[in-house]
Design a protein around this ligand. Sequence first.
Ligand SMILES: [Zn+2]
Length: 134
Amino acid sequence: MAPIELRLAPGFPGYARHLLEKAARLIADPHENAGAVLLDGTGAEFAASTADLADGCAEPVVVDMARRAGLLDLRVLALVTAGAPNTGVTLPCGGCRQILWEAAFANDRDIEIYCADASLSEIVLVTATELLPR
Ligand SMILES: [Zn+2]
């Protein structure tokens, strides 16, 4: 299945909207930062921003936070990235794709990944499995 382009419109899943809005609020610098929020099957949420990190991506941080909490039923990741206007949506990098796929594979359940720009005007839905090359 190819990535699905979405808009925040009636019918958009409320849980995904909540996670995206929370991730967008993590962005401190409108030109550089990314925010990630991960939802576990228990309803627990784990959030991190690249503004909090010396280096690297936010996705491995939230996956590690869930693991440390003993929660491995990862369901939904919201990833919001800032950047110049009209540069589109940024998808997870190669290393993060591997980490997300391994988390999904370990749980035998794919992870929905909503990626958006900082204004949430462009949203793409993919799964951890779809992001890995075959
Ligand atoms: Zn990454």
